[in-house]
Design a protein around this ligand. Structure first.
Ligand SMILES: [Zn+2]
Length: 134
């Protein structure tokens, strides 16, 4: 992903309260200082209206406004060299990380771990006939 988009996405995650932890304010300040002012400016214009400045592209559709994103825009995003705005809602578009690696790696099915213990369900032994003893 484009480095600016990465930073902007992190900024959005921090500012929209989706991140937890310490030093969020410091991270926000650092990111804002790092990002180009026009980028932050546009992001802020959306933010003050309560809208997120970034929208993920999923299935060639902007998740911000659910409008179709031109394939040329997606190609540009995949190359990661430029920043693209949604033509419809003007959000910064980004692709999920998995978009580039759609092919599943065979690691998961490679070898089942021999160590995997099958946890036996703990059977509490009930002592019968405690209460109903003759
Ligand atoms: Zn959109």
């Amino acid at each position: 992903m484009n480095i600016i988009l990465q930073d902007l996405l992190e900024l959005q995650t921090l500012e929209f309260g989706e991140a937890t932890g310490k030093n969020i304010e410091a991270r926000v300040a650092a990111l804002r200082a790092k990002l180009p002012p026009p980028i932050v400016g546009h992001y802020d214009r959306l933010r003050v209206r309560g809208r997120k400045g970034m929208a993920m592209v999923r299935n060639q559709v902007c998740t911000g406004c659910h409008m179709r994103v031109p394939i040329g825009t997606i190609t540009e995003l995949m190359r990661g060299e430029d920043i693209q705005l949604c033509e419809s809602c003007a959000r910064y578009l980004y692709l999920p990380d998995s978009a580039k690696t759609e092919v599943k790696k065979p690691e998961e099915t490679a070898k089942p771990k021999a160590k995997a213990k099958v946890k036996a369900p703990a059977k509490p032994r009930k002592r019968r006939s405690v209460t109903s003893a003759a």
